[in-house]
Design a protein around this ligand. Structure first.
Ligand code: ATP
Ligand code: MG
Length: 717
């Protein structure tokens, strides 16, 4: 493999970073300037020129998807798959380490990963055990507290007692939670990192082994590492391993989850002779898009300061569309995508980005209506769903009868006559005897009242029977059996309407996922590997099927990615910037960086959309256009005007179109009107034709009402 092909597609600054002989490097550069590209090429360089084997390289990426892409790009570059290279997220790598060294980490071999939901459940149990007041100290607050401490590398024992009642309570819960997790072999996300760090500190021989093994560490998206992640890297690097970190302070968007932008400065202080390379040319976006991005980010005060320019000429202006409501917004986006596809473009070149996961449902509905295939990426959509979590809990219980979190989740799901009282009794027995709930159920089953006793006995027998088959069946067959035998599938089949239907479909999708599952380690049982990945990798998997589909994702999970056509939906005050960020300037700056991340995902064309009224979380709100829109220089932004055709009602597109009578009445969507009794309002929607035509009006004092148009006698206000 010849060296020039590694470097000839790089500009001079990139080349300097890729070929440097210095042990420590920092590449600090704006979006789309080739940071990730530098990492990939540097890995190839280290192998081809410096003679490192893949085995000696550790590379940290931000998502599992990015890790897979990195492997592919390296293979393409060097001509073979880099077997033995460690590439993954911090969590993924820590998990791998703990799996290999569970004994040294003081964990049971089959330890379970807790996601946020499971973690909260465990915390609530600690509350009950300690008789703590959930009103005074909400469990979510305790969860937040615990995670924050772990991100800083602090265990309960490290934290100074203080007379402050909040700290006293939190510490007590943290301690109880630590004990419960240790007893049950449960490991939350923060714990993965903390244990992996402690492994270095407490097992010097093990650390020495890895320090001998790895020669170079590479880190992408360095600006979003938190305290414990950086500490882990720093200890591993010691003073023998080389390190290349790339990042962009303007794209730091995880401060709310403990990420520390200061790690960039810490790195340059903690290691001697760090060379900083700056990349200034953007290869991703048109000049127009870049100008908009620079306009937005320049409003932030705390920046390390960078310049970013492009060779690319002009480009189409950004388009701003004011949807009349969220349905209209979604329909607009769907239709633009139809146009795009009609011109022969790929759907996979399109992304819709939004601030909150809850925005996706309406967008999904519009896409379904227009029959545009889509995938949701990175959200915790699939594996976070209730029915899926229930199904996975059954599978977890099969692997390990002493998994209390799983036991509690499914003992009465679907309902089988085991009430709260019985569960509480099992919990008490388990605690008193220091055993698992499964063991408690076995010992207590005969002493329960007849009805409960029968039900518990049935449950135990059912799980035991399924567990007998567990080793002999394929993953999909097993899951299929579990869904049938547990009654879960039947339960959701009986749930009425859309929702039950979707749940059944999701469970079917789970069986599909099991069938398609390709275990990383083919020599050990697939189920535990599948479960661990399902929790770690939540939702990312779907993005891999072959169908050409557009992608939906939150702005947070779009980091590092690029798409020719991008929509940023919900550009409204209170939604984006999120209303939680408005009070603190630091958080507002983080929102603005998130906006910068969003804009810089676009290569050719960017649409910004917002809705004048929006129903979200069951509430209707009227929001002004996002302040970030005002930061975009006006010469690169154009507003999409509503043609008469476009202004027709949208929420009922299928049922009816706006009647001529409706428009003939001289009224239009969004218009201010007056009603004799209800007073002033604004028109939200029309539905139906002629004599049956109805109009929806939001009145200032009377709320939203549907009225028959011909009787409403609305007057323009
Ligand atoms: P982000 O900050 O969004 O993570 P990044 O700095 O990691 O961006 P890359 O994703 O590595 O940027 O690169 C952006 C795009 O520019 C990619 O499509 C990449 O292939 C292309 N690119 C980078 N450098 C060059 C170059 N020297 N010549 C041609 N294309 C390049
Ligand atoms: Mg990148």
């Amino acid at each position: 493999m010849d060296v020039t092909s590694i470097i000839d597609s790089l500009n001079p600054a990139q080349r300097e970073a890729v070929t440097s002989a210095d042990p420590y490097q920092l590449v600090l550069a704006g979006a789309g300037s080739g940071k990730t590209r530098v990492l990939v090429h540097r890995i190839a360089w280290l192998m081809q020129v410096e003679g490192l084997s893949p085995y000696q390289i550790l590379s940290v990426t931000f998502t599992n998807k990015a890790a897979r892409e990195m492997r592919e790009r390296i293979s393409d570059l060097i001509g073979f798959a880099p077997q033995g290279m460690w590439v993954g997220t911090f969590h993924g790598l820590a998990h791998r380490l703990l799996k290999m060294h569970w004994r040294d980490a003081d964990l049971p071999e089959g330890f379970q990963i807790l996601d946020a939901d499971d973690q909260l459940r465990v915390i609530k149990r600690v509350y009950t055990a300690l008789n703590m007041d959930t009103e005074k100290w909400p469990p979510r607050q305790a969860q937040w507290y615990i995670n924050e401490q772990k991100d800083e590398g602090l265990r309960a024992a490290h934290i100074q007692q203080s007379p402050d009642p909040f700290t006293v309570a939190m510490l007590q819960i943290y301690r109880g939670y630590e004990e419960a997790c240790q007893r049950g072999g449960l490991v939350d996300f923060g714990e993965l990192l903390l244990r992996a760090h402690e492994l270095w500190l407490h097992k010097p021989a093990l650390l020495a082994h890895y320090q001998d093994r790895f020669q170079h560490i590479l880190v992408d998206e360095f600006q979003d590492t938190n305290g414990i992640q950086y500490a882990w890297l720093r200890v591993l690097a010691g003073n023998t391993l080389g390190m290349t970190a790339v990042g962009d302070d303007d794209q730091s968007i995880y401060g709310w989850r403990g990420a520390k932008i200061e790690n960039i400065q810490n790195y340059t202080h903690d290691f001697e002779g760090v060379t900083t390379v700056r990349l200034e040319q953007n290869y991703r976006s048109t000049a127009t898009i870049l100008k908009a991005a620079n306009g937005v980010i320049s409003q932030n005060a705390n920046r390390l300061g960078k310049t970013l320019w492009t060779d690319a000429e002009g480009g189409e202006k950004l388009s701003l569309y004011a949807g009349f409501n969220e349905q209209d917004e979604a329909r607009f986006i769907g239709e633009r995508i139809q146009d795009w596809v009609a011109k022969g473009n790929m759907r996979s070149a399109v992304a819709i980005l939004y601030r909150s996961n809850a925005q996706s449902r309406i967008l999904e509905e519009a896409l379904l209506r227009l029959q545009i295939p889509y995938r949701i990426y990175g959200g915790h959509r699939f594996y976070e769903r209730l029915e899926i979590k229930n199904a996975l809990a059954y599978l977890r219980l099969l692997m390990n009868r002493h998994d209390d979190a799983a036991f509690e989740r499914v003992i009465n799901t679907p309902t089988r006559g085991i009430g709260d009282k019985t569960v509480q009794r099992l919990r008490d027995t388990a605690r008193a005897a220091q055993q698992s709930m499964w063991a408690a159920a076995e010992s207590e089953v005969e002493n329960l009242p007849a009805r409960a006793s029968n039900a518990v006995r049935g449950f135990l027998a059912m799980v035991s029977e399924l567990a007998e088959d567990y080793q002999n069946l394929g993953l999909d067959e097993l899951t299929d059996q579990v869904l049938e035998a547990s009654g879960l599938l039947e339960f959701y089949r009986r749930e009425k309407g859309e929702r039950g239907q979707t749940r059944v479909e999701n469970l079917e999708e789970l069986i599909n996922a099991c069938r398609a599952y390709d275990a990383p380690d083919p020599d050990s049982p697939a189920l535990p590997q599948f479960i661990d990945e399902a929790v770690l990798d939540a939702g990312e998997r779907q993005a891999e099927s072959d169908e050409d589909a557009i992608q939906l994702m939150t702005l947070h999970s779009a980091k590092g990615l690029e798409f020719p056509l991008v929509f940023m939906a919900g550009m409204e005050e209170n939604l984006f910037p999120h209303k939680m960020s408005l009070e603190e300037s630091g958080r507002l700056e983080e929102e603005r960086r998130l906006c910068y991340v969003g804009i810089t995902r676009a290569m050719q064309k960017l649409y910004l959309t917002y809705a004048e009224t929006r129903r979200l979380y069951g509430q209707e709100s009227y929001n002004r256009v996002s302040r970030f829109i005002r930061d975009i220089p006006s010469d690169v932004l154009e507003e999409v005007r509503l043609s008469a055709n476009v202004s027709k009602p949208t929420s009922f597109a299928k049922k009816a179109t706006l009647s001529d009578e409706g428009t003939g009445s001289g009224l239009a969507l969004g218009q201010q009107v007056k009603h004799k009794i209800f007073g002033e309002g604004v028109i939200l929607s029309f539905e139906g034709n002629g004599a049956n035509g109805r109009v929806q009006v939001k009145f200032v004092n009377e709320g939203t009402k549907w009225m028959v148009l011909q009787y409403a006698k609305l007057q323009p206000a």
